[in-house]
Design a protein around this ligand. Structure first.
Ligand SMILES: [Zn+2]
Length: 325
C-alpha cells in the first residue's frame, strides 16, 4: 500500500491506490538516481496515468520530499500546484482530441536545452503522447537522443501502439493496465458512496475507475441503463428492432454518437459471452461481435451510412441471438 504521511498537505499530487506497484518501482529508481530520462506511462484511458505523471513530476521538483512524496509546502511544490513552475512543462494539444502541434514540441526543445531555473530537475509531461503527429514525433526524437542533464520526459500514452517505433525505442515503458475490481473498488466506493452498485459501474466502464466516476457524474449511467433495458426488451420480444432503431436515431435517448452506442452493445455481448448468458451459441455471438466491429468502422469512415438502417440490422441480429432453435 502507498505510504501517506500525515505531514502531506492537499497540495501534494497523489497517484491512485492501484498504481502502488509502478510508484514503488519508479521511486526506488529516483532514490537510487537511476531513473531513465524518458518514460512512457502507457495503458488504457481513464486509469489515472496523468495524475501519476503529476505526482512523479512534483516529487522530482520538491525540495524536501516526505515519505517518498512531494512535501506540498515548499516553494517548488507551491509553484507546481499553482501550475506555474518554470521547470515543469506540460505539452498538450490545443483542444482535446486534436494533434499536438510541432510548435509545442519545438518549445519543449528550447525548454530542455536551457538550464533549470530553480536549480533542480526539469520535467516535461506530454499528454496524450499519441497525439503527436509524424512531424511532432520527429521533433521530439532529438530531445530523446540528446537529453539535457536532470531532465525527465514523461510521455503519458493511452495507445502506445500508435507511437513511432523510434520514439518507443528511446524510452522505458511503464505499463498501467486496467486495475482489478479488488484494486479499484475501495477507492470508487469511497468516492461515489456505498449505495452505488460498484461492480456494475466498473462493468459498464470496462474496469476503468475514472470512467466509472464519469458515468456517475454525468447522466451517462442513466442512459446506459435505458439502453440495457431496450436490449432486454428486444431479447424478450417485448419490442421490435424497427421501433428501437427509430427511437435511437430520432430521440437519441442513449448517446448522441452512434459509435458510443455500438461500443456499449459490444461490451454487453462480451459480458454475456463471459458470463455464459444470453445466446444459444457463443459462436454466433462472436460472429455478432465481428459485425459490430465492422459497423463501428463504417460509422467512423467517411462513407456516411444510413444510421437508422444500420441500427435496424444490428438490433434484428441481436434479437435473433435469442431465438431458440
Ligand atoms: Zn515540496
Amino acid at each position: 500500500m502507498c505510504f501517506v504521511s500525515e505531514q502531506l498537505t492537499p497540495a501534494t499530487a497523489m497517484h491512485y491506490p492501484w498504481q502502488d506497484t509502478q510508484w514503488t518501482s519508479l521511486l526506488a529508481q529516483v532514490e537510487q538516481q537511476r531513473i531513465p530520462h524518458a518514460l512512457i506511462l502507457g495503458g488504457p484511458k481513464h486509469t489515472g496515468k496523468y495524475q501519476f505523471a503529476l505526482t512523479l513530476a512534483q516529487r522530482m521538483l520538491c525540495e524536501s520530499p516526505v515519505g517518498g512524496y512531494a512535501c506540498g509546502s515548499c516553494k517548488q511544490c507551491h509553484l507546481v500546484t499553482a501550475n506555474n513552475h518554470p521547470d515543469l512543462l506540460k505539452v498538450l494539444p490545443e483542444d482535446e482530441g486534436k494533434a499536438i502541434r510541432i510548435d509545442s514540441v519545438r518549445a519543449l526543445g528550447e525548454f530542455a536545452s536551457k538550464t533549470s531555473q530553480q536549480g533542480g530537475w526539469k520535467v516535461v509531461i506530454i499528454y496524450p503522447a499519441e497525439s503527436m503527429n509524424q512531424n511532432s514525433s520527429n521533433a521530439l526524437l532529438k530531445n530523446l537522443e540528446e537529453p539535457g542533464p536532470n531532465t525527465l520526459l514523461l510521455l503519458v500514452c493511452h495507445e502506445p501502439a500508435r507511437l513511432s517505433a523510434t520514439v518507443k525505442s528511446r524510452c522505458r515503458i511503464v505499463k498501467f493496465p486496467v486495475p482489478t475490481i479488488t484494486q479499484s473498488r475501495p477507492w470508487l466506493s469511497q468516492v461515489v458512496g456505498q449505495d452505488q452498485d460498484i461492480k456494475q459501474l466498473l462493468d459498464f466502464a470496462e474496469g476503468r475507475p475514472l470512467l466509472a466516476l464519469q458515468l456517475i457524474e454525468t447522466d451517462l449511467l442513466e442512459r446506459r441503463h435505458a439502453f440495457e433495458g431496450m436490449l432486454d426488451d428486444l431479447a424478450a420480444h417485448r419490442t421490435t428492432p424497427l421501433l428501437v432503431a427509430e427511437k435511437l436515431v430520432v430521440k437519441k435517448p442513449v448517446a448522441n454518437d452512434p459509435v458510443v452506442t455500438v461500443d456499449w452493445l459490444y461490451s454487453r455481448v462480451s459480458s454475456d459471452i463471459r458470463s455464459g448468458q444470453g445466446a444459444i451459441s457463443s459462436r454466433l455471438m462472436f460472429r455478432y461481435l465481428d459485425r459490430l466491429i465492422q459497423a463501428k468502422k463504417l460509422l467512423q469512415s467517411s462513407a456516411n451510412p444510413n444510421v437508422q438502417l444500420l441500427w435496424e440490422e444490428l438490433l434484428l441480429n441481436w434479437q435473433l441471438l435469442f431465438v431458440t432453435r
